[in-house]
Design a protein around this ligand. Structure first.
Ligand code: KG4
Ligand code: ZN
Length: 334
């Protein structure tokens, strides 16, 4: 089934074509240049930019897949979580085809897209697996039992891992988008030169917390102003604390739920240090680990088309009244 996917939940306008879990195209138009001068995403500007480019992005996705608009058989679109002003642009555009040609429409949870994006490169991937979703808005540990069947095991109680990295980059005067910059600068630093604390979460052993880490960085820089001359060490130390926290909780979950296979996904999964730390953990535990390639870690419509196709194959269609949801947990549909 030739499924057109559309993703506009934050600051990337993306369109993709998927057929039987195979990615035929995946176009991503980044808005980094627009938001750079503000040091973060400005929702109003992001929404307007989506509106300006979405038509061209969809055309490119169709052309790269070698198909015409009238060959599209189904449409999948991100319904949330995300910035409503941005989601609405994708939803509005996505609904035109189902409305005019009575094609099936699927509203996809962005988090589910991240979690299952590994199927695009590994269509034979087997359930169950432990999922660690680390993005700019979410940090989740979950058990993926099947398509549409998930158990939440833990999540951040405050900032998401990506948000912590982005905020740290701002404190260190690194440009937006910060997570990627921290990753780049850390490569020249010593992760052990400055140690930052890992939060202990009383609430549940599988929950995480990153807000104290940012405060620790702010305090350290204030107390040691000369440390800014050793930016790579500061960045590497901070990144190491984020990675350690994620790996520590994943380690607990592997033991507690007797995990045999895990998946790392979401924008922060593009982080080199986190990728190698998860690979190391999996080796140590004797389990398998799957991590999408860099382009499929950050926001993209390929993962949305993939999940939409699977839902539609199971007869789960959405009506044209489908609406944007700013907050949307990882929900079960089975
Ligand atoms: O999944 P994503 O593209 O958007 C959300 O759903 O939030 O994730 C974006 C987050 C941002 O916080 C960004 O700084 C972070 O992923 N990120 C990275 C890297 N690339 C993107 N963090 C660390 N290292 C990277 N290489
Ligand atoms: Zn995302």
């Amino acid at each position: 089934m030739l499924t057109l996917g559309i993703e506009t939940s934050c600051d990337e306008t993306s369109a993709a074509v998927v057929s039987d879990r195979k990615l035929l195209s995946n176009i991503i138009a980044s808005q980094d240049e627009i938001h750079k001068k503000f040091g973060g995403v400005v929702p109003e500007l992001a929404g307007r930019r989506h509106l300006e480019v979405i038509s061209g992005v969809v055309e490119s996705a169709l052309s790269q897949a070698g198909i015409k608009m009238d060959q599209v058989e189904a449409v999948a679109v991100t319904k949330g979580p995300g910035l409503v002003v941005c989601l609405l642009v994708g939803l509005g555009f996505a609904k035109a085809l189902p409305w005019s040609r009575q094609l099936p429409l699927s509203g996809v949870n962005h988090l589910e897209g991240h979690l299952l994006s590994v199927f695009l490169e590994n269509p034979q991937m087997q359930f169950p697996f432990l999922g660690l979703i680390a993005s700019g808005g979410h940090t989740i540990l979950c058990l993926a039992e099947d398509w549409g069947r998930y158990k939440m095991l833990g999540q951040t109680l405050d900032d998401a891992a990506g948000e912590a990295l982005d905020k740290a980059a701002k404190v260190l005067g690194l440009p937006y988008p910060g997570g990627k910059e921290i990753d780049r600068v850390s490569k020249q630093g010593n992760p052990k030169a400055i140690r930052f604390p890992i939060a202990f979460t009383k609430h549940s052993e599988l929950d995480l917390s990153f807000s104290g880490l940012k405060t620790a960085l702010v305090r350290y820089v204030k107390e040691h102003p000369e440390s800014k001359d050793h930016l790579p060490d500061l960045a590497a130390g901070f990144q190491e604390a984020v990675v350690k926290a994620l790996v520590q909780k994943t380690d607990f979950a592997i033991d507690k739920f007797k995990i045999k296979s895990m998946v790392l996904s979401g924008g922060v999964a593009a982080n080199q240090r986190l990728r190698s730390a998860c690979e190391e953990l999996a080796r140590k535990k004797g389990i398998s680990v799957s991590i999408p390639s860099f382009r499929l870690c950050t926001d993209n419509a390929g993962m949305i088309a993939l999940v939409g196709e699977e839902k539609l194959k199971r007869g789960l269609k959405d009506a044209l009244t489908l609406d944007a949801r700013a907050v949307l947990p990882l929900e079960n549909w089975k």
